[in-house]
Design a protein around this ligand. Structure first.
Ligand code: NAD
Ligand code: DAU
Length: 350
């Protein structure tokens, strides 16, 4: 039996990866390790409670002794590492917590794997989940990021993720740790914490609250449905070449303001409001500091080597996602209560 440690499994993408692995591979033990920060929520995985191949462990990846002990006692032979501080705006106000979790936390996991596996790497793998933001910003006419693109991070978040990527490669090159990495574009779908653009705006449209559009709304992101990301992780985990990096993207670039108009149209339609009712909520606000203009991913290595491609059309994915948030107000209310509320008030004054 393989004992796979998935870190950050109570978060947005992690919960989809845990669900996919638990349901697809009954022969693996899936250990979900999460600190349950404001972004981690076990109700994201209610459907897995009681499954014999699933186990949850509450732990902090910054606690080296605890992590080392978990590697030993649970006989961890593979890692899929997603735990991170993930919101760019928070990294601007609190860069230290990003360095601690994303850099030091990753280093603790790498060192624990190295010590536990002791060079006996048969069937072992350390899979590091990273982001396209490490590559920096594209101009409107630039080619999408390939795996060869030079790192050029601009935010404390992307700098911390870039640093963690470098540590992962250093452990491969220096100690021979079997690693694989992927760098993905913006994800959307159910269970995303509503501080990120898509769930935040769906919720605000529903409740007739302002939609804070940074700058002129001209920044471009490449959107991928979260379950397609989870499928790509599954494929790379099982078939990716050790030591390699794979870029994952949606081939689906949207200017923020155009995407926001799609959200407005979809929510208004589903709530049976007159078309265009919520356009008045668009509120242009001061731009995010260091705001990257455009991200776009060249995922041809992943599709040529492993045959991956996104399964969902964007229109279908957005429709499904908007319906999910409209049907899960209780989930939104529970994750936006308490600690997060005061942060939200401070950031946006609402
Ligand atoms: P998220 O913020 O929704 O979830 C992060 C999870 O990590 C939470 O469950 C949280 O409790 C946990 N966590 C945080 N600090 C921890 C610590 N010290 N110890 C243990 N657990 C801790 O993030 P997400 O959007 O699901 O992103 C997951 C990963 O994917 C991150 O590494 C992120 O950089 C990467 N990524 C995200 C996107 C995206 O669009 N969201 C795109 C590409 C890559
Ligand atoms: O590209 C991958 C990255 O995508 C991940 O690594 C990050 O973890 C994830 O948070 C996401 O980063 P972004 O900064 O692109 O996502 P966010 O949802 O915060 O913002 C998307 C775009 O919308 C961005 O250009 C900023 C803008 N925006 C965002 C918010 C929250 C607004 O205009 N207003 C807002 O209120």
């Amino acid at each position: 039996m393989r004992h796979i440690l998935i870190t950050g499994g109570a978060g947005f993408i992690g919960s989809h990866v845990v669900r996919l692995f638990v349901n697809t591979y009954p022969e693996y033990e899936i250990i979900n390790l999460d600190k349950l920060t404001y972004a981690g929520n076990l109700s994201n995985l209610k459907d897995l409670e009681g499954k014999p191949n699933y186990r949850f462990v509450k732990a902090d990846i910054c606690d080296f002794d605890a992590i080392r002990e978990i590697f030993d006692s649970l006989k961890i032979d593979s890692v899929i590492h997603l735990a991170a501080e993930s919101h760019v705006d928070r990294s601007i106000t609190d860069p230290f917590s990003f360095a601690r979790t994303n850099v030091m936390g990753t280093l603790n996991l790498l060192q624990s794997a190295k010590e536990a596996w002791k060079g006996n790497d048969d069937g072992k793998l350390f899979y590091h989940v990273s982001t396209d933001e490490v590559y920096g910003a594209l101009g409107f006419n630039d080619q999408p990021f390939s795996e060869e693109r030079r790192y050029d991070p601009h935010s404390p978040y992307s700098a911390s993720k870039a640093s963690s990527d470098h540590f992962v490669r250093a452990y491969h090159d220096t100690y021979g740790l079997p690693v694989v990495l992927s760098n993905c574009s913006n994800n959307y779908g159910p269970y995303q914490f509503p501080e990120k653009l898509i769930p935040l705006f769906i919720n605000n449209i529903r409740h007739n609250k302002p939609l804070p559009v940074y700058g002129k709304g001209e920044n471009i992101r490449d959107w991928l449905y979260v379950e397609d990301h989870a499928r790509a992780i599954d494929l790379i985990f099982h078939q990716g070449r050790v030591g390699e990096t794979y870029n994952i993207g949606g081939l689906n670039e949207w200017k923020n303001i155009d995407l926001i108009r799609v959200l407005i149209k979809t929510v208004d339609r589903l709530l049976e409001r007159k078309e265009g009712t919520s356009e008045k909520l668009i509120t242009y606000v001061t731009d995010r500091a260091g705001h990257d203009l455009r991200y776009a991913i060249d995922a041809s290595k992943l599709s040529n080597e492993l045959g991956w491609k996104p399964s969902l059309q964007f229109e279908e994915g957005i429709d499904h996602t908007v319906r999910w948030y409209l049907d899960h107000q209780a989930w939104l209310d529970s994750v936006t209560s308490g600690e997060y509320q005061s942060y939200y008030r401070k950031m946006y004054g609402v």
